[in-house]
Ligand binder design. Structure first.
Ligand SMILES: *Cc1c(COP(=O)(O)O)cnc(C)c1O
Length: 399
């Protein structure tokens, strides 16, 4: 790709950048992005090797440091998130852990949403705690709670919006203002929306992290993650990754790079299917509550409308009759996959109370709204009428 073609793509709209951004073809002039499955690289001479190792000369040394396929994925995702730079990681958790290792030290304090991915909780409580980093958890919806939790040593603020599985939304403009005032970094896990629906950096976040495993792959094939933000911050992440090693596999990077090309289209359909299913669920006599941001009945519908360009592919609902009823609805399905994964073409159904939140204590589940009758659905790309038929079997048996 020559310079003028590259500039044109860099200034194009996101849907164009998703298809064409971040990649320079090789001397072979391939049209589709090449996959560089190589752990190391060769040099023309000893002097060449020395100059590359010392950094005097640009070039690849080893794929824990750089790999052209991984770099193409990083460049494309950075464009889509509107960030200066991106560092790819071996998983979403590796992205989160790398941010912690790059920016926190003993004695620091972290303010986190209480509604975060379970393994993120474990990293904060079991590991950061051991190294003298303390965490205060807050209700992600409550702006004043974020403000009240700030301490003089608060270095980082962490959240997911919308949250899983209840779709709670954090006001990014308001919380990023609090972070700026406190001189803390605001880190947003943008896994549920992806840049197709939400660009937190434009709303004041300092760092966006991803589990590419979910919607970016979109077909449930590979694990990966990413950190996006300003160059000064990403350099710190890269430095940690190079030494500690949770780098992304080139094969997985190739999957994610191609996944980004269909991301906009897929997210539109995930949203449309989720909206249709949520509206239908709201009509079912056995359903007492539906949590989906696209429903006007959701208390944060207006905020989501302002902050996101779509309402996402994940919804949850509560059935009459508690855990027994929820399990019977799940067990009556014949098409939906019973698994906790999400962001796949295949619709998944799960019982948060006994799976994703199974190890969370009762009081926390209670305040977080994880009730025994709650069912979560990550809506895929099948015909939504078949999803309704599949759920109707179990729901009709309840009422
Ligand atoms: C899955 C997930 C993660 C962790 O990602 P992995 O790729 O599984 O390590 C982090 N945050 C959210 C919101 C997730 O859904």
């Amino acid at each position: 790709m020559n310079k003028s073609r590259e500039d044109a793509v860099n200034q194009a709209r996101p849907a164009t950048q998703a298809v064409r951004g971040g990649y320079r073809h090789t001397a072979e002039m391939e049209h589709s992005e090449a996959l560089f499955m190589t752990s190391s690289y060769v040099f023309d001479s000893a002097a060449d090797a020395a100059a590359t190792f010392s950094g005097d000369q640009e070039g690849n040394v080893y794929s824990r440091y750089t790999n052209p396929t991984v770099q193409a994925f990083e460049a494309r995702l950075a464009l889509l998130e509107g960030g200066e730079a991106c560092a790819a990681t071996s998983s979403g958790m590796a992205a989160i852990f790398s941010v912690c290792m790059a920016f926190l030290k003993s004695g620091d304090h972290l303010v986190s949403s209480r509604s975060i991915f379970g393994s993120t909780n474990v990293v904060f409580n079991r590991y950061l705690e051991r190294f003298g980093v303390t965490t205060t958890y807050v209700d992600p919806k409550d702006v004043s709670a974020w403000e009240a939790a700030i301490q003089p040593n608060t270095r980082l603020m962490f959240l997911e919006t919308p949250s899983n599985p209840l779709s709670e939304v954090t006001d990014l403009d308001a919380v990023s203002a609090i972070a700026r005032e406190a001189n803390a970094l605001l880190v947003v896990d943008n896994c549920f929306c992806t840049p197709a629906l939400q660009r937190p950096l434009e709303q004041g976040a300092d760092i966006v992290i991803h589990s590419a495993t979910k919607f970016i792959d979109g077909q449930g094939r590979a694990l990966g993650g990413a950190v996006v933000g300003r160059e000064e911050h990403i350099n710190e992440i890269v430095s940690f990754l190079r030494s500690a090693g949770p780098s992304m596999s080139p094969f997985n990077a190739w999957i994610f790079l191609k996944g980004l090309e269909t991301l906009n289209l897929r997210m539109k359909q995930h949203c449309a299917n989720a909206q249709a299913l949520a509206e239908w669920l709201e009509q079912q006599p056995a359903v007492t509550k539906v949590h989906y941001l696209g429903l006007p009945s959701h208390p944060q519908h207006d905020l989501a409308k302002r902050q996101q360009s779509g309402f996402g592919g994940v919804l949850s609902f509560v059935v009459k009759g508690g855990q027994e009823a929820a399990w019977s609805v799940i067990d009556a399905t014949r098409i939906l996959s019973i698994t906790a994964n999400l962001g796949d073409t295949k619709t998944t159904i799960t019982h948060p109370y006994t799976t994703t939140h199974g190890r969370v204590d009762e009081a926390t589940k209670e305040t977080a709204g994880i009730v025994p009758g709650l069912i979560r659905i990550a809506v895929g790309l099948e015909d939504v009428e078949d999803m309704k038929d599949d759920l109707a079997r179990g729901l009709n048996a309840l009422s």
